[in-house]
Design a protein around this ligand. Structure first.
Ligand SMILES: N[C@@H](CCC[C@H](N)C(=O)O)C(=O)O
Length: 357
């Protein structure tokens, strides 16, 4: 009964756009709904006994019926998020974050996503995140994911517009530029400085030549916290992303595997890109990949340091600052949208079974 009420509350919240605070067919106070979301208000009411709107009883301590998750995306690069800032989660025995990432990513048996992202309060910063790809491998950073984390921590947990987020690639600073309604935002991220991932002594702008399918391909290996291999192509719509992408991802030259970007320079301020992501395959967008492309294009004189990157899911603005004494390689700033898709509860039985597959 309680699970049914929770699911109904989640669906009602979705139908009402959450920000409006709909629950069980009735509207909650706008401000309350905006700050907490209808499902969270329902949960809080259950903790005190009974939800005054739908009548469900919690009887004090509520046994959570499952794992609360959120799905958000940046330009169609979608992840399922677990909000550890709302409370610790004890996963059932045998379930790990990588196994859960594989389970939720499945479009038929799970939710469907490019992976899983954990959000939490940080030790050295107000927020922290970890990203797991659809195959369960862990990446150091996610440019589209961090914008969604910034939106969620600002809108749901009341963090200010500007704060730092801990990632495996180090601290990243985020700034909410627009937050017109719950679940929608435009965010700028200071992505730090790029660096080369070539052999010792190589510099940004140096390429490596790889043998792939009996052909020599020139790629630019660039790290923006996580590793990328950028290839310039004449026509990105015809690029062999799904054929060549996986071969470069696992090429012996990249023992830790690599994200692969195919980029067409349309004009010096406009790039078109498709990506084969390490651990997730072709996705609709990659924030770190877009930054790597702008660095590769600018470092080789193909484009300027400021460009709009057009991806299958939409556009990102990327600026690569001139070097300064504190940042001899220059900092990169990326700006783009974040959107909430849904809040849901995964039954514990599903979590156990799906993660064992
Ligand atoms: N989609 C992301 C990058 C996610 C991690 C990547 N697949 C890796 O393994 O490094 C982005 O928007 O940057």
């Amino acid at each position: 009964m309680e699970l049914a009420a929770l699911v109904a509350a989640a669906m009602a919240g979705l139908a009402g756009g959450l920000g409006a605070g709909w629950h069980a067919g009735r509207r909650w106070g706008r401000e309350e709904g905006k700050a907490l979301g209808a499902l969270e208000l329902h949960r809080r009411a259950l903790r005190n006994g009974r939800c005054p709107i739908c009548g469900a009883r919690g009887g004090g301590a509520v046994r959570e019926p499952g794992l609360s998750v959120v799905k958000m995306h940046g330009l169609g690069n979608a992840y399922v998020y677990v909000d550890l800032a709302a409370g610790d989660v004890a996963l059932p025995e045998g379930v790990t974050w990588p196994s859960l990432a594989r389970a939720v990513a499945d479009p038929h048996l799970g939710i469907g996503s490019d992976g899983l992202i954990l959000m939490a309060r940080g030790r050295a910063a107000p927020a922290a995140m970890r990203i797991f790809n659809a195959d369960g491998s862990e990446g150091e950073m996610c440019g589209n994911g961090i914008r969604a984390v910034a939106m969620w921590m600002h809108q749901r947990h009341g963090l200010p517009r500007h704060f730092d987020v801990e990632t495996l690639a180090g601290l990243r600073s985020v700034e909410i530029l627009e937050s017109p309604s719950f679940g929608r935002a435009r965010v700028r991220v200071d992505m730090g400085a790029p660096h080369e991932v070539g052999p010792a002594g190589s510099a940004l702008g140096d390429s490596v030549s790889l043998e792939v399918r009996g052909e020599r391909l020139e790629v630019w290996p660039i790290s923006v916290g996580n590793p990328h291999a950028v290839l310039f192509v004449e026509d990105v719509d015809r690029a062999p992303v799904r054929e060549v992408g996986p071969l470069i991802e696992r090429h012996e030259r990249f023992p830790g595997r690599v994200n692969v970007e195919f980029v067409q320079v349309v004009e010096p301020g406009r790039l078109k890109m498709r990506v084969w992501e390490r651990g997730s395959g072709e996705t609709m967008a990659c924030g770190t990949g877009a930054c790597a492309c702008v660095v590769a294009a600018a470092a080789t004189g193909r484009a300027g340091r400021r460009a709009e990157v057009e991806l299958p899911g939409g556009r990102l603005e990327v600026e690569w600052d001139e070097p300064d004494p504190g940042h001899p390689l220059g900092r990169i700033r990326m700006t783009g949208p974040a959107r909430l898709v849904m809040e849901a509860t995964l039954p514990w039985d599903w979590v156990k079974e799906a993660s064992a597959r």
